[in-house]
Design a protein around this ligand. Structure first.
Ligand code: ADP
Length: 197
C-alpha cells in the first residue's frame, strides 16, 4: 500500500498514520520528522531547514524530494509506506510521481483529512500541553504565530493538491473532526475499496 495522508497541520495525519502502519505493516514517512532528525543531527540539510521550519515556511522542494527518494529506497518500504507531510506542493507531487514511475510503481490512494480550521489551534495547544506533561520536548514551531504561518502556507501551497489528486483519481476525503477510532474506521473502509478497485 502506497499512501499519502493529506491535511493541514493538526489534522490528525500522524495519529492515523500510526494506526495504519501497524495494520498494513508499512512505515510512516513523515518529512517533518526526517527534517527534525536532520536538525538534531546538525547535518547541512538540517542547518538550512531549521531556520525555515522555525518560521513556519516550507523547505525547498529539491531538498525534501531527495530525502523522500532516498527513504523509499530502503528495504522496509518494500510493501509500501504512508507519506505524512509530503508532498506539500504541486512540484513535490509531480516529483513523487516521477520517483515512483522510475521504480515501476504508483500510488494506491491519497486520503485527505477535512477539518474545522477553528479547532486546529486548540489541537496544537493540547499537543503542547500533553508533551510538557509527559516531560517531552515541545516542537519549536508549535506556537500560535508559527502555527498561523504554517496554516497560511498550507492554504497557499498544499491545498491545491486536493484538485491535483482529484484529477489523477487518487483522492479520498474523510471527516478529520470525528473521534480517532471513527476516522480510522472511515480510512479503513476507503482503503479496502481502493484495494478492491
Ligand atoms: P505539521 O504538524 O505542520 O504537519 P510537520 O512535522 O509535517 O508539521 O512539518 C514541520 C515543518 O517541516 C514544516 O512546517 C516545514 O517547514 C517542514 N516540512 C515538512 N515536510 C515538508 C515538505 N514536504 N516540504 C517542505 N517543507 C516541509
Amino acid at each position: 500500500m502506497k499512501l499519502i495522508f493529506l491535511g493541514p497541520p493538526g489534522a490528525g495525519k500522524g495519529t492515523q498514520a500510526k494506526i495504519f502502519t501497524q495494520k498494513y505493516d508499512i512505515p510512516q514517512l513523515s518529512t517533518g520528522d526526517m527534517l527534525r532528525a536532520a536538525v538534531a543531527a546538525g547535518t547541512e540539510v538540517g542547518k538550512k531547514a531549521k531556520a525555515i521550519m522555525d518560521k513556519g515556511g516550507l523547505v525547498p522542494d529539491e531538498v525534501v524530494n531527495q530525502i523522500v527518494a532516498d527513504r523509499i529506497s530502503e528495504s522496509d518500504c518494500i510493501n509500501g509506506f504512508i507519506l505524512d507531510g509530503y508532498p506539500r506542493t504541486v512540484g513535490q507531487a509531480k516529483a513523487l510521481f516521477d520517483i515512483l514511475k522510475s521504480r515501476g510503481t504508483d500510488l494506491d490512494a491519497v486520503i485527505e483529512f477535512e477539518v474545522d480550521e477553528d479547532k486546529l489551534l486548540e489541537r496544537m495547544k493540547k499537543r503542547v500541553e500533553e508533551t510538557l506533561k509527559a516531560g517531552g520536548e515541545v516542537r519549536s514551531d508549535d506556537n500560535p504565530e508559527t502555527f498561523a504561518k504554517r496554516l497560511a502556507e498550507y492554504h497557499e501551497k498544499t491545498a491545491p493538491l486536493s484538485k491535483f489528486y482529484t484529477e489523477t483519481g487518487h483522492l479520498h476525503t474523510v471527516d478529520g473532526m470525528a473521534e480517532i477510532s471513527a476516522v480510522a474506521a472511515e480510512v479503513e473502509k476507503l482503503l479496502k475499496e481502493a484495494e478492491a478497485s
